[in-house]
Design a protein around this ligand. Sequence first.
Ligand code: NAD
Ligand code: UFG
Length: 355
Amino acid sequence: MHVLVTGGAGYIGSHTVLQLLNEGHRVSVLDNFSNSSPESIRRVMGLSNLSVDVYRVDLLDEKLVNNTLTSVKPDAVIHFAGLKAVGESVTEPLKYYRNNVTGTLNLLDGMEVAGCRTLVFSSSATVYGESIALPLVEETPRSATNPYGRTKLHIEEMLEELGASDSRWSIANLRYFNPVGAHESGQIGEDPQGVPNNLMPYVAQVAIGRRDKVSVYGGDYQTPDGTGVRDYIHVEDLAAGHLAALDYLQTTTGVHVWNLGTGAGSSVLEVIEAFKRVSGQPVPFEIVARRTGDVAESYANAEKARLELGWKAERGLEQMVQDMWRWQKDNPMGFEADHLLELSDEELAAYLQQR
Ligand code: NAD
Ligand code: UFG
């Protein structure tokens, strides 16, 4: 199958592109590199010894998106491209609505024109808002607590309406819990710009010595050790969930939704402990005030994905931390490839061919 992956140079996208290639799919990547580096794709090509067509395209460029879709003519699209920083979405809400919602609209228009109506969309457990009924099932009522979450909610609703209006569409809304970890080679992984917002990359940067200590947001939650509990899922398991959803969509139309999580939660202190153990490095921390908008606990019921997709997460916390640590140790400053963004399209294409 020829799969177009939007946001394919990003964290989850690059791991998924690698699995698609290894499973024999042809892959084209559409990315504007606003939060990623083409270097991730060069490494994916090296790891797989296979090629990817890369399109440096902004989803907000309606005309270019249309032209790209028409010339690529994919059989299916996996849509990762989007902005994801919760805090930034509160201070710059319009940027988030424009990029995520308008970007998705442009993509859907382009898909219609190209006659491609199979889509896997990156949704998020954030659509469960502040729900306290655990574990979270797909039927849990949806809400949003910030503009980022609301873009995901709006897009899910838009896709439901699109599927209801035209029965030729096959759509999967995948609700990710907390993606962490990296490819076992240590060559690709999450490369946050600036100060990481999320726990795991922050802890990794403390362990490597880039930051002094972890601020633990709240020690008085109603959880076993008082700190927040989340359902961390290895990015390789998450990527596999996309391939399973894509398979499912080959024989089914309509709009489907699946939670992608492990079903088990880990606390902030358990994550810090695991990092100390795996890295052998000290991970100093301090318990500070709760972060606004955080819930005490969040974890999935992932039975629907197991029953319908035959998918389940295989990797536990220890492996998530081991793989994340290998990536961090081998690439202490991430991809360090900002200079690639200065290259012309021709120069970039030539660079990507270098293995
Ligand atoms: P990421 O930032 O690493 O990847 C997103 C990619 O999309 C980047 O390569 C970025 O350059 C690209 N992009 C953004 N806006 C674009 C635009 N207008 N045009 C073209 N490309 C654009 O993020 P990720 O962690 O890999 O997340 C992928 C998707 O999964 C996102 O939609 C995110 O909201 C969703 N998600 C992520 C998490 C998480 O914790 N990582 C959790 C739930 C859902
Ligand atoms: N935490 C700390 N210190 C930090 C960062 C986080 O104590 O420096 C705590 C949080 O309070 C929370 C836990 O670690 O208890 C996890 O926090 P993250 O920021 O890593 O993850 P969240 O669950 O808050 O949110 C993430 C994404 C959202 C997404 C959600 C569900 O950032 O976009 O998972 O998928 F919606």
